[in-house]
Design a protein around this ligand. Structure first.
Ligand code: NAP
Length: 281
């Protein structure tokens, strides 16, 4: 990975941090995008120590804010003459319905709209650096999700789990549509399920998820093991040119039937464009 520039979002902990360590160990220049400077600096120091690699930098952005996503995209664009890999990894599950500064439901904003907007803003640079890769961290929980186009923001009967499953289905539907649109550009788009992993995941989630993650912790796989498929998709020659696939355990796998619905893909793309339009709503 020497000479390659990789961007990893949500690298302050868990799977994102382990992914950043491995890419740095492989010699890539790695930019981590973290919600707060304090956690980001801590993660950066750890990644530096574990990788013995000087090519690391921190960018701070609360990805629930579209202003912050635009700002960090501009900073990344200015900082690097090329971008080889964009790894959209930041994600969360919420215990209650909270609106972002853009008046959007937080889970949908962070888990889907930030992936969508950051990918689109960095696309010119990725295309100019081709062959390049976009990797979106999704989840098997997408199988329980529905894209509720009549209520994407969960105004009726909010459930943190339903919002999360919807957002992870959106990751996959978006990845497939992005791959279709990127055909012939030399930029690939794939998504993955990392496994069920003992990380900070669920800390802001519903009480039941927090309890399950705590009780299940001794039986769950490590964040390092959860990073394996992300690292594979970001760096392996085996997937050079492979696009529009969903992977688990470093293998392509069929995602849910709903995720292949082309009408839903077009509609999600259009709604996401509207919801991330730069003019103030
Ligand atoms: N753990 C699992 O079992 C599992 C299973 C399937 C899929 N996943 C997916 O894997 C990805 C990584 O999760 P993880 O397990 O590593 O959990 P984690 O340890 O909680 O890491 C999530 C990362 O996302 C960041 N993040 C959350 N909201 C953000 C925001 N508004 N702006 C910027 N960054 C934000 C967190 O930053 P802070 O440190 O500031 O909170 C953290 O760095 C997520 O997309 C998740 O949906 C996880």
């Amino acid at each position: 990975m020497r000479g390659k520039v990789c961007i990893v979002t949500g690298a302050s902990s868990g799977i994102g941090k382990e992914t950043a360590v491995a890419l740095a160990q492989a010699g890539a220049t790695v930019a981590i995008v973290c919600r707060t400077r304090e956690k980001g600096e801590r993660a950066l120091a750890e990644i530096r120590e574990r990788s013995h690699h000087p090519g690391l930098s921190l960018f701070v952005a609360d990805l629930s804010s579209q202003r912050a996503v635009r700002q960090v995209a501009a900073e990344l664009d200015a900082a690097f003459p090329r971008v080889d890999v964009l790894l959209n990894n930041a994600g969360l599950i919420m215990g209650e319905r909270v609106l972002t500064e853009d008046d959007l439901e937080t889970t949908f904003a962070v888990n889907h709209l930030a992936y969508f907007l950051l990918a689109r803003l960095l696309l010119p640079k990725l295309a100019a650096s081709a062959p390049a890769r976009i990797v979106n961290v999704a989840s098997e929980s997408h199988r329980l999700g529905t894209l509720r186009f009549d209520d994407l923001m969960g105004t009726r009967g909010y459930s943190g789990w339903t919002a999360y499953a919807q957002s992870k289905l959106a990751n996959i539907v978006f990845t497939y549509e992005l791959a279709r649109r990127l055909k012939g550009t030399g930029v690939t788009a794939n998504c993955l399920h990392p496994g069920t992993i003992a990380s900070n995941f669920g800390n802001a989630g519903p009480a039941i998820i927090r309890a399950l993650m705590r009780l299940g912790r001794p039986f769950l796989r490590s964040s390092a093991s959860g990073a394996a498929t992300s690292i594979y998709l970001a760096s392996s020659d085996e997937v050079q040119g492979v696009s529009g696939r969903y992977f688990t355990g470093r293998r392509p796998r069929r995602s849910s039937r709903a995720s292949y619905d082309p009408a839903a893909a077009t509609r999600l793309w259009e709604v996401s464009e509207e919801l991330t339009a730069s003019s103030p709503r």
